[in-house]
Design a protein around this ligand. Structure first.
Ligand code: ZN
Ligand code: FE
Length: 252
């Protein structure tokens, strides 16, 4: 499995996946045609388009790519009327093959009602769209705080060496938020150095690993005593802590 990161628009990432054995080319969340097609053109084909959710900055190039390469579009079943050109309707926990690769559909609503992640268990790779970001989580547009909290906990259960490929380069702003409310986290400080090294040389901060996120992403650390204390939520539930953090981030 070869993954190429394709920067799109101002801060989106699309991902081209190449599988050599069956010469299968796929893309996750094609945001804009030009940038994606520049990469796809090398392969002269595009078999599958995978969408994590229906937002325009994730499905923007679906139709143009499908028209040029006769690709099949895959998306969550309940978003069949919102994902342009959809052909294959995915369900929760479904296993799906793209060439010789197999992924599992993880249903993670919250950002939108039909948001999914693609988890390649053999390769330990997850595409998490706008749900789990490097050091952050997505805004809650269509779902509830509880749904988002449950969705993040589903991702948290994957193997800790799973590589996390998310939908945006929001890492710098997320880092500042984590540093504000989790200032004594030594893992975070180590990660900060690595993040600035990458950003200063114009490299994506993606992928991270789930293990790194669990140690440093404040939205996965709602049970941490220091964070709870700093928020004045020592005796609150994990969901209450998460909700507070999500609201704080909305106006950060
Ligand atoms: Zn989105
Ligand atoms: Fe997005």
């Amino acid at each position: 499995m070869i993954i190429e990161i394709v920067p799109c628009l101002s801060d989106n990432y699309s991902y081209v996946i190449y599988e050599k054995k069956t010469n299968t080319v796929s893309i996750v969340d094609p945001a804009e045609f030009e940038a994606c097609d520049k990469v796809i053109n090398k392969y002269k084909k595009l078999d599958f388009i995978l969408n994590t959710h229906h937002h325009a900055d994730h499905v923007g190039a679906n139709l143009e790519l499908k028209k040029k390469y006769s690709s099949k579009v895959l998306g969550y079943v309940s978003d069949k009327n919102r994902i342009p050109g959809i052909d294959i309707l995915l369900k929760e926990n479904q296993k799906q093959k793209i060439g010789n690769l197999e992924f599992e559909v993880i249903f993670i609503p919250g950002h939108t009602k039909g948001h999914i992640a693609f988890f390649f268990s053999k390769e330990k790779v997850a595409f998490t769209g706008d749900t789990l970001f490097a050091l952050g989580c997505g805004r809650i547009f269509e779902g509830t705080h509880e749904e988002m909290f449950i969705s993040l906990n589903k991702i948290k259960k994957l193997p800790s060496d799973t590589k996390i490929y998310c939908g945006h380069e929001y890492t710098k702003s997320n880092l500042n938020f984590c540093l504000t409310y989790d200032p004594n986290n030594t893992f975070l400080k180590v990660r900060e150095i690595d993040i600035f090294k990458k950003l200063n040389s114009n490299q994506p901060t993606i992928p991270s690993t789930l293990g790194q996120e669990i140690k440093t992403n404040i939205f996965l650390r709602c049970n941490d005593p220091e964070i709870r204390y700093a928020l004045g939520l020592k005796d609150s539930s994990e969901l209450e802590v998460f909700s507070k953090l999500r609201d704080l981030k909305d106006s950060f």
